[in-house]
Design a protein around this ligand. Structure first.
Ligand code: SAH
Length: 375
């Protein structure tokens, strides 16, 4: 690998989307290789999207969920979770904090519900947030990303009309077999893919991602995931390590050893770096799950091609109830602490933060330009 890498051929093949080259780079767990890929990704990031870090304040507004994903701590079947939905007042207080911090964009995330009352609640929140967030600093209001799972295309249209313009829906794994092994039969890979395509038709900037280090996942699977992102014309990527949750069918009895945590962190960093190297102009998030593996996990991702961070705005008193995986960081803190911590984290990477900017994905603008629509 060292020889082929020095020659430049392996990286060149990976850049062009060779499955074999990507798999070889992903499966070679050498610290120097991980650093070399991060440096290459950093160059690509600076050339295609610039070096600014954009914020999306993350508000986990409800943990009610009708899905039963076998890996997720807030799955419907986990009866040990106390369920909550933040009322309008608490949502608006968090939104005000988001604006005060100059984050520019907000992400509203929750468990999955499809009932009319939920859809209506989300639409009314979107309208109100859009309205109250317009100011001289933010003439268009906050940029809003939604992350509320699979919905009908008609519902996606309502969300879009109400003011959301980005949507995150992870494919979880681009391998239909792996997807099937982690979900009950009622959830299908085809339905998830079709939802992603609906989002694109509706006009959203579309984000997706996968979990890294899943049981049974090969380097080839991860290489395919990157090629999946490219094939589907994805605008934004949010991905992180799979971390077991003890109260789930997949996670019970599975404890990561320190060695495994480090391996999974390095694999995640190579995955982020290669995604940047292949996709070039997308936005890539340095996700919180990375920090669960290493206190500096998010900073490492920012140095490996990521350009978005999502400081948690969820009120401290419900944070622990939004535990998707064990060891989720920051669950004993509140928004104020996160703000100071995140701005220090970004400052430590000597990158500039895009305060009061939406920081949209340049890939989306390019997509619009090619479709002949004004960006
Ligand atoms: N219900 C929403 C959002 C909440 S879950 C949705 O379906 O989009 C957000 C993400 O957390 C999931 O897409 C999944 O990739 C991630 N996640 C859930 N459980 C996890 C675990 N055990 N380890 C790592 N990531 C996990």
């Amino acid at each position: 690998v060292a020889h082929k890498l020095l020659e430049g051929s392996l990286l060149e093949e990976a850049r062009r989307g060779s499955r074999e080259a990507l798999a070889e780079l992903l499966s070679t767990d050498l610290p120097w290789l991980t650093s070399a890929l991060a440096e290459e990704a950093d160059r690509s990031m600076k050339a295609h999207v610039g070096s600014k870090v954009y914020y999306r304040g993350l508000l986990e507004f409800s943990n009610h969920c009708t899905s039963d994903c076998l890996y997720c701590g807030i799955r419907a079947g986990n009866t040990e979770v106390e369920r909550y939905t933040l009322d309008r007042d608490r949502v608006m207080r968090a939104v005000a904090a988001c604006i005060d911090e100059g984050y520019g964009s907000l992400t509203l995330q929750s468990g999955e519900r499809r009932d009319p009352a939920f859809v209506e609640y989300v639409c009314s929140l979107l309208r109100e947030i859009k309205e109250m967030s317009r100011s001289d600093d933010l003439p268009e209001g906050l940029g809003i990303t939604l992350c509320v799972g699979e919905q009908d295309e008609a519902v996606y249209r309502r969300f879009f009309a109400a003011g959301a313009h980005r949507y995150l829906l992870r494919i979880e794994s681009g391998s239909p077999e792996l997807f099937a092994s982690m979900h009950p039969e009622s959830q299908s890979f085809e339905a998830r893919l079709s939802a992603l395509r609906s989002l694109r038709r509706v006009g959203f900037q579309v984000g997706t991602g996968v979990m890294i280090g899943l049981p049974g996942q090969s380097a080839e699977d991860l290489a395919d995931d990157i090629l999946f992102f490219r094939r589907e014309g994805i605008d934004m990527i949010g991905m992180g390590p799979y971390i077991p949750h003890a109260q789930t069918p997949m996670g019970s009895g599975d404890r990561l050893t320190p060695a495994e945590r480090h391996r999974r962190l390095r694999l995640s960093l190579r995955m982020i770096a290669l995604t940047r190297i292949v996709l070039c102009d997308v936005n890539i998030a340095a996700t919180t799950a990375l920090q669960a593996l290493d206190p500096l996990g998010r900073e490492m991702a920012l140095a490996a091609g990521a350009n978005v961070v999502m400081p948690i705005l969820t009120p401290g008193e419900v944070r622990a109830q939004y535990t998707l995986y064990n060891g989720k960081p920051c669950t004993d803190e509140d928004a104020g602490t996160c703000t100071v911590c995140i701005s220090r984290r970004v400052a430590s990477t000597s990158r500039r933060a895009g305060y009061n900017e939406w920081g949209d994905s340049p890939h989306f603008a390019e997509r619009m330009r090619q479709a002949g629509a004004p960006a």
